[in-house]
Write a protein that binds this ligand. Structure first.
Ligand SMILES: Cc1cc2nc3c(=O)[nH]c(=O)nc-3n(C[C@H](O)[C@H](O)[C@H](O)COP(=O)(O)OP(=O)(O)OC[C@H]3O[C@@H](n4cnc5c(N)ncnc54)[C@H](O)[C@@H]3O)c2cc1C
Length: 500
């Protein structure tokens, strides 16, 4: 067994959570070893594939221009329609989307530290710009942005999130975080009830440490855990992000005395293009997300609708569409549009997904392989249930059908019809380690496991059935930062554990 010099804090996982934890612990004066299971090319975990959208609180334009004005001189806040997003609104939204199950103390901490943490990221070199794409739209020269979802990091395309990681990695290296690539955490070592180190890799090397911060992501990349926790149909699902979040860090924390939290039977899953595989490297494109469902209807293989496609802005609902598709025959569906919205959808999909075009309903049924009579009946019932008058809008819902379409309900009666084949893409799992709002891992009796901390997707208790877009990157940065600072603070006066 090799021996290494005794660091103060080991952080496992070089995603957004781990980088935030490592930087904050280092800035609080700790020696930090950051262990990453993947190679340097894998840095960033899911954030590297993400849209870079952050959900955070702000009172008004001043809060925003102080973060963005250096980078977007042409985009002044007076051309943006973005009402304040308060801590109360953040907490209420998270609580409502979790069906009241989200742990209130975690919700409050996330909301409370969100703006300050966006500023902290900006100070480390992360560049933010106003969100022009994710649920945002320009009308009459004014940019309308959903509340709270106002900034993304700068960068191009759906995977711009790597631009959050690049400056943080550079900053971590600059301030002396010791990063070890291809070095998975396999065990948390405890002695006399407190953490004394981390076992790394297959060789059994122990890195002595006064604290371990588990930031290893969810368990969505483990086929076995997917089958066991989410159900057998999830075994072969496409991943939307990292292939390395297999839950081994979570399991190590549980073996070290931490308790499980949250729902292990649910996840974030969007409708995606089935022609694209799970990404194998950070620079690979994830399966293209088909966020057009709210402009049309979703139909299963039997020709039936099965979900409310418009309960609110898509960016507050897309994370449950994959789960709805997974419950359908063959775990597949079709998003269907007519000429009222086909051009807008094509624009949003930007040629990334292949449309199936049909001039009438029987041809559409044949081309997508569903029973023609069922499809005709479904579309007729849907069209009859749409409100009269022209134009789809939030709140214009169907009447008298199940499931309803609660918003943007507009008849599909202007052929040619356009369909896109959709399957579920798994983004991340919701269950994980129990923590307190300061990032301490908690045992079954609710007391902290001394020296053990956790944050980000490795943690449960915040997200349940649904999730507001932008809250996951925000959770990663807020709780990573908090856990790193708490670990540094609480180990300051501890003797360095002996090596070996
Ligand atoms: C396609 C896509 C789009 C998204 N878009 C958004 C968005 O716009 N806004 C938003 O809020 N959220 C978004 N998310 C979610 C967001 O990216 C994640 O919630 C967040 O990045 C999770 O960070 P994390 O560091 O906790 O976990 P991860 O990103 O999973 O990072 C965990 C890291 O730990 C490493 N690791 C795993 N096991 C070990 C081990 N045993 N030892 C050491 N290292 C280990 C992994 O390799 C990885 O680098 C998106 C996700 C995807 C996939």
């Amino acid at each position: 067994m090799t021996e290494t010099p005794a660091p103060t804090i080991v952080v496992a996982g070089a995603g957004l959570t781990g980088l935030s934890a490592a930087i904050s612990a280092r800035e609080a004066g700790a020696r930090v070893v950051l262990l990453e299971k993947g190679s340097r090319e894998d840095v960033g975990g899911n954030a590297a594939f993400s849209g870079g959208l952050f959900l955070f609180c702000y009172d008004g334009p001043d809060d925003l221009t102080s973060i963005t004005e250096d980078f977007e001189p042409g985009m002044k806040a007076d051309r943006i329609e973005a009402p304040p997003y308060t801590r109360q609104a953040y907490a209420a939204e998270l609580s409502a989307m979790s069906g009241g199950q989200a742990e209130p103390r975690l919700v409050d901490r996330l909301a409370e530290r969100s703006l300050d943490t966006v500023r902290w990221l900006a100070a480390k070199g992360v560049r933010f710009t106003f969100n022009r794409t994710v649920g945002a739209a320009v009308r009459d020269g004014v940019l309308h942005i959903p509340p709270g979802q106002i900034l993304t990091c700068t960068g191009e395309g759906m995977s711009r999130g790597f631009e959050v990681i690049r400056p943080l990695l550079a900053h971590a290296e600059r301030i002396g975080v010791e990063i070890r690539w291809s070095a998975p955490l396999v065990e948390v070592v405890r002695s006399d009830g407190r953490v004394t180190g981390a076992v790394v890799g297959d060789g059994g090397e122990t890195v002595p440490a006064a604290a371990v911060v588990v930031a290893t992501g969810g368990f969505q990349a483990s086929r076995e855990l997917r089958r066991e926790c989410l159900g057998p149909q999830w075994e072969t699902v496409r991943l939307r992000g990292t292939r390395l979040a297999t839950g081994d860090g979570i399991q190590a924390a549980l073996r070290a005395g931490a308790e499980k939290a949250g729902t292990w039977a649910s996840c974030h899953s969007a409708a995606v293009d089935p022609t694209m595989p799970s990404p194998q490297r950070s620079e690979a494109s994830p399966p293209f997300p088909l966020h057009g469902f709210w402009l049309g209807v979703l139909i299963n293989r039997d020709g039936e609708r099965f979900v409310d496609e418009g309960p609110g802005p898509w960016v507050k609902n897309y994370s449950k569409m994959g789960k709805a598709i997974m419950r359908q025959p063959g775990c597949e569906a079709f998003e269907i549009f007519d000429q009222r919205t086909a051009a807008r959808v094509a624009d949003e999909f930007a040629g990334a997904a292949e449309p199936i075009v049909a001039h009438n309903v029987p041809e559409l049924a044949e081309r997508i392989g569903v029973p023609a009579d069922r499809l005709a009946h479904t579309l007729e019932a849907f069209n009859n249930a749409c409100p009269s008058g022209d134009g789809a809008a939030e709140g214009r819902g169907t009447a008298g059908i199940t499931p309803p379409k609660s918003g943007w309900a507009s008849p599909l009666d202007q052929p040619p019809f356009v369909a896109y084949h959709a399957v579920a893409g798994l983004t991340f799992t919701f269950g994980g380690i129990r923590i307190d709002p300061d990032g301490r891992a908690l045992s079954a009796d609710g007391t902290p496991v001394p020296g053990l901390y956790a944050a980000g997707e490795a943690v449960g208790g915040l997200f349940y059935g649904d999730y507001p877009g932008g809250a996951a990157l925000m959770r990663a940065a807020v709780f990573g930062r908090v856990a790193g600072a708490t670990a540094a603070q609480e180990t300051k006066r501890l003797p360095t554990p002996a090596a070996g």
